[in-house]
Design a protein around this ligand. Sequence first.
Ligand SMILES: Nc1ncnc2c1ncn2[C@@H]1O[C@H](COP(=O)(O)OP(=O)(O)OP(=O)(O)O)[C@@H](O)[C@H]1O
Length: 456
Amino acid sequence: MGAPIEQDELLKHLVDALYLCIVIDAGDIVRYISQAYANILESDRENIIGKDVRAVIPNTKLPEVVKSGKPIPGEIFIMHNGEATICNRFPILGEDGTVQGAFSTATFQNLDLVERLSEELKHLRMENKIYQKQLGSLTRTPFTLDFVIGGSSSIQQLKEEIGMVANTDLTVLITGETGVGKEIFANALHQLSGRKSGPYIKVNCAAIPKDLLEAELFGYSEGAFSGAAKGGKAGKFEQANHGTILLDEIGDLSLDLQSKLLRVLQEREVERIGGLKTKKLDFRVICNTNQNLDEMAARGDFRQDLYYRINVIELFLPPLRERLEDLPALCRFFIDKINRNHGCMVSGISDRMLEIFQKYSWPGNVRELEHVLERAAVLSPSGVLEPEDFRFFLPRAFQSGDTLSSDSLQDQKRKAESDAIRSALLKTGGNKTKASQLLHIPRSLLYEKIKRYHIE
Ligand SMILES: Nc1ncnc2c1ncn2[C@@H]1O[C@H](COP(=O)(O)OP(=O)(O)OP(=O)(O)O)[C@@H](O)[C@H]1O
């Protein structure tokens, strides 16, 4: 134990810490004064201590406190230099209750500061409220089917399917072009599942450099490589334990990692890089891709066995140009969102402009629509959006390559395929076994394509 602190020293420190503080004894003589207070009085402490307090601060109320033995808290006190302070005065009572002196403190030097701080506090509280609200809507936005806009039969059907598979642990592969909404469907799938209170871990296989992806997915143990963190690091699969892992852009995974992934999916256990032990895990897998994994597998760019393992349930999101009836609702949804996010007051989009939208092929799908509306709304932040507000977009919309009149090769292939299936079904009176024989494809593939093209 160190030496006891001298009472006087302690008092001196406390008085100084209280900023503006003065202590008098029962005879109204100043016994202590803080340095800050002495500075304001433009005098040395030595000069002040020992004097009658009234000689130092003419309008002081400390002698009143000594006389009455009662505190005078929270009073505005104008100091000799005209500055206002909020002053608290207290009696110092002995053990027998007799008054031995009094002291006053004033923490804030001027009321302007108090006012300013109180204003700032009010402002911060308001800001905090707004952020809390925004945070609430941000965490809600991507997660429920209510936020997946679209009344088209394909979107309605997908919503139903999501509802049906959500509560199973089946692996789901969500396919569709870029920007069609694969990620929001994946989010909804997790949120509707029994795993919603567990972690939801997303990995974009295309965004992480190939040589880092392995460690990112499977983790590493201490000393696995130079620079490996102490204690190692859990990979995304470990982080997703008891929850869901979304492998976005799965088609970008190298063949090496595909093999490792296949093992993890089969065994449901991971081994960290450089680790000696495996760990059993419980996770649900959702994969997203805008590539044709079927074709990739045929070319040898994607492992056939992995393709079968992840393609237990395939949900195909048709491109926007195949569900143009969703355009008005999507426009309304995005205009509301843009108004909220950018403080715009756009009331809608004109029929003339919607007609132009209907003729465009939307290669970037819903994401492109959102960006086009955002740009127009920023340029023309109120009223109804007219073609004039989309000058940046019109040349694109009218370029022959991007209008619906000339379909891409992929669209034409899809159309030819769905026409061939329709005609085979017509010829066989709807008998799928016979239709699949006619088309020389397995029955399961026919079912898949019927579902994909929403035939029937
Ligand atoms: N049906 C929809 N309702 C509301 N917003 C949608 C819908 N579809 C897409 N969006 C919005 O469009 C944008 C793109 O969607 P998302 O990221 O889900 O596409 P994606 O298919 O995963 O694209 P990519 O393959 O490029 O990653 C997002 O801002 C998303 O919120």
